[in-house]
Design a protein around this ligand. Structure first.
Ligand code: MSP
Length: 510
């Protein structure tokens, strides 16, 4: 064996992606939701010491961009240059820790799309043909008859569709029917949750038709290398971002280090990710994604929140008032990740008040105050209370297993159960009474140690959901951010600091 690299990469790498968002709309809570979900997973995996790469970005080609630019009297490039930063800022605002932000107008992306599309062509998976059918410019999707809404409308955007007829290049999707069926049989977890897998598989079993690989006339896109009068169909251009980014995000190409990816998205784009994408990768001779997780929609009222339906809850406003942690927490507490679910300002305020400000924030403030008052700010070195320790036992491992299965809401519930348990512990043990009696000094040591240690353990779990507050609280507890740990894995002796409330009460806000 030759000399290895000086800093060998960990064996496990964890590459996770959000969809890349269309830049012709304003970022809204729906986009933030996917970005936050992926950020929670990325932060948790980094915390566990895995070699993480988290990718997000913007999808900047396609007809809607050309149309929007025309309406506004600017060039498509000007439009995307103006809008892409809003999505980048959205990520920063929700405290996303992405390792790269890809734009499909990056030269590094365009070059690599051409290489891979050329390979698919050279491998014989393309042909020239005439497409005739219904096209929704907002979905950038050709609808089959069974996908049409009443009166030849788009069922998602509720707009009348135009019948298109054009000469373009086709991708032989139909030739991958059996390979895809085999993929779904051999890897039953390829698409999660299971009911989404079944949906994708049913779509495949219906029989796959070939799909357009390119579009003529449109100048805004990646030119097809062997036929520059055409541009690559925006969905293949967009899907390829997941691979191309690894080629140029760093000084060196990190594709081998991180590919294959784990993709997170909502159900609206299941077909592209669960069917077109693996088939296209097979055609290019590339390794398939590790897994797809398909989440549901955040609803306001009973409809999907989106720009075109005009019922948008502005994540920027919520964050300015309550901080990014509160929004991150609310989204995954209120709506079971994977399902559709409604969010509302009233629901947000109620969870903020009862759970963040009272259950967690207050527990933290009280614990720090009692250690400071009764033990001069030093955590007693004691053994954990046996009853509480028993209730905490195994929880960190269960939490990690839930996140390994992308159960973001259940993992949060597991952690929240511990927060509630700690609050009960305070009520049961009444440290303020123990402090009045000298003979209870060692019991008070035990109770305070257990509280600090319990708070530390639960905060390590909550860190990916509440990164700002968790880091503040860990610092105040004299603790480090480390992988999820069992209660009692740290002794006492540290000094603690009192801090301002983690989640100030609503009435205290201006
Ligand atoms: N550009 C394509 C994706 C290409 S990926 C290779 C696209 N863009 S989009 O801007 O429309 O974003 C769709 C994605 O945004 C959804 O799949 C989901 O991840 C997120 N969401 C947008 N609205 C949402 C909700 N109301 N609820 C949950 N997620 C939402 O499609």
């Amino acid at each position: 064996m030759g000399p290895g690299p000086q800093y060998p990469h960990p064996l496990v790498s964890y590459y996770v992606t959000t969809p890349i968002y269309y830049v012709n709309a304003e970022p809204h809570l729906g986009h933030a939701y996917s970005t936050i979900a992926v950020d929670i997973l990325a932060r948790h995996m980094r915390q566990r010491g895995e070699d993480v790469f988290f990718l997000t970005g913007t999808d900047e080609h396609g007809e809607p961009v050309v149309l929007a630019a025309e309406r506004e009297g600017v060039t498509p490039q000007e439009l995307v240059d103006r809008n892409a930063p809003r999505f980048r800022e959205m990520g920063e605002k929700v405290n996303a820790s992405n390792d790269f932000f890809i734009r499909t107008t990056d030269p590094g992306h365009i070059e690599r799309v051409q290489e891979i599309v050329q390979r698919v062509h050279d491998n014989g998976h393309t042909y020239e043909g005439t497409y005739e059918g219904w096209y929704c410019p907002r979905c950038a999707d050709f609808k089959t008859d069974s996908e049409l809404g009443p009166g030849n409308t788009c069922p998602i955007h509720e707009i009348p569709l135009e019948r298109e007829r054009e000469d373009n290049w086709f991708f032989r999707l139909s030739a991958f029917q059996e390979d895809l069926e085999r993929l779904y049989e051999e890897r039953p977890d390829f698409v999660q949750p299971g009911f989404r897998r079944n949906e994708a598989l049913a779509f495949i079993r219906q029989g796959l038709q070939d799909v357009s690989l390119s579009r003529p006339r449109l100048r805004w896109g990646v030119p097809v290398p062997w036929d520059p009068d055409q541009v690559v169909y925006v969905w293949f251009d967009a899907l390829l971002n997941y691979v191309t980014a690894l080629g140029y995000a760093r000084d060196e190409d990190v594709t081998d280090r991180y590919w294959p990816a784990f993709h997170v998205m909502a159900k609206d784009i299941l077909k592209f990710h669960a069917i077109y994408w693996p088939a296209f990768l097979m055609a290019a001779g590339m390794e398939l994604p590790k897994r797809l997780f398909v989440h549901g929609y955040l609803l306001m009222g009973d409809r999907k929140m989106s720009k075109s339906l005009g019922n948008v809850l502005d994540p920027f406003e919520v964050i300015d008032r309550f901080g990014s942690d509160a929004l991150r927490f609310y989204c995954f507490r209120e709506v079971s990740f994977g399902q559709d679910g409604a969010v509302s300002a009233a629901g947000f305020e109620s969870r903020y008040e009862t759970e963040l400000a009272n259950d967690y924030g207050n527990l933290a403030s009280r614990t720090l105050a009692m250690v400071s008052r009764y033990r001069d700010g030093t955590v007693p070195d004691a053994r954990p209370d046996s009853g509480l320790a028993a209730d905490f036992e195994g929880a960190p491992a269960r939490f990690c297993e839930l996140l390994d299965r992308n159960e973001l809401t259940q993992a949060l519930e597991e952690a929240w159960g511990l927060v509630r348990r700690l609050n009960r512990f305070v009520e049961e043990t009444r440290p303020w009474d123990l402090a009045k009696e000298d003979e209870q000094a060692s019991r008070l040591d035990e109770v305070l140690y257990t509280l600090v240690e319990g708070l530390r353990v639960v905060t390590l779990l909550l860190y990916p959901y509440l990164p700002v507050s968790a880091e503040r609280l860990l610092a105040a507890l004299g603790a480090d951010l480390e992988p999820p740990a069992e209660l009692g894995s740290r002794g006492g002796g540290q000094s603690v600091d009192r801090i301002e409330p983690l989640f100030p009460k609503l009435e205290a806000q201006t």
